[in-house]
Design a protein around this ligand. Sequence first.
Ligand code: UD1
Length: 340
Amino acid sequence: MRVLVSGGAGYIGSHTVLALVAAGHDVIVVDDFSNSKPSVQGRLEALAGRAIPFHGFDLTDADKTERLFAHERIDAVIHFAGFKAVGESVTKPLEYYRNNLDSTFALAASMAKYGVTKLVFSSSATVYGEKAPVPYREDYEHLSSSSPYGQTKVMIERVLSDIAQISEGWKVALLRYFNPVGAHPSGDIGEDPQGIPNNLMPFIAQVAVGRRERLTVFGDDYPTADGTAERDYLHVTDLAAGHVAALEHLDDMVEPARAFNLGTGTGTSVLELLKAFERAVGRELPYEIGPRRAGDLPAFWADPTRANTELGWHATKTIDDMCADTWRWQSRNPEGFPGS
Ligand code: UD1
């Protein structure tokens, strides 16, 4: 297939581009580089061993989006592009709703106009909100999210499902990611957050490389084995493989739009992840215990049965793999990708 990857310069998008090429697909990337660097393209082309066309524009520009569809043959779309910082979304709700929804509207309108009916959407476990029973299952009905960022995922899932229901031939996979971490085993691409990392793994990696003094563990009084919060971390290359599996399964999907959890099915605590990272680096890393972070849940993980059985997809990599690969990327690229 010839696959348009929106947000293909980003963390998960870039790993998925490589997985698509390895599976024999052609890829076109569209990315405005608002949260990524153009130097990603050269790294991807070197790893893929071939040219990967990049279009540098913002999908909320509906005219440009339509022109892309008018000029390129596109068989399917994987839609990653979007703002994703939870805390920032609380202070800039309008920007988040406008950007994430408008880009999806422009894409879906162009797909409809040009007869593109296959779509894989980058959703998140955040759609399960605060009350869903753990492990999270896709048939949970009361989707909601406490942040505007998360709510854009809930809304876009609904928009795409409604379109798929009434549009001849449409197939949409809604992939609900748990906590993606790790990097390509080459160490040449990985997560490159701008500013202070919000998420745990990139923060630990920056402590290890000396960019941050110490990790603050947000709370050690949760009702978990060691008192720190538990999450379902999965390797970004497993996640990328999940996108290829979903794409290739679209024609066989039992409903026009279907959600799939992509996670391992096990929880790992903050301190367990820190200890695993210390094993990868070969030394202890400084940390302190701080207060809980507002809005954090004690523990959640996926029930990945649906992706296992219907997509034939399984997470394969261990927490130690995730830490070793993150460390390879971070130690070789202490300041992330080159360029500003
Ligand atoms: C966060 C988002 C979630 C988003 C996901 C994707 C919040 C509340 N949730 O999930 O909506 O889909 O990222 O990237 O932001 N931690 C520390 N110290 C740190 C950073 C994190 O102890 O410096 C802890 C957190 O309290 C949490 C765990 O590490 O218990 C994982 O945090 P994080 O990586 O931010 O992921 P989530 O909060 O699960």
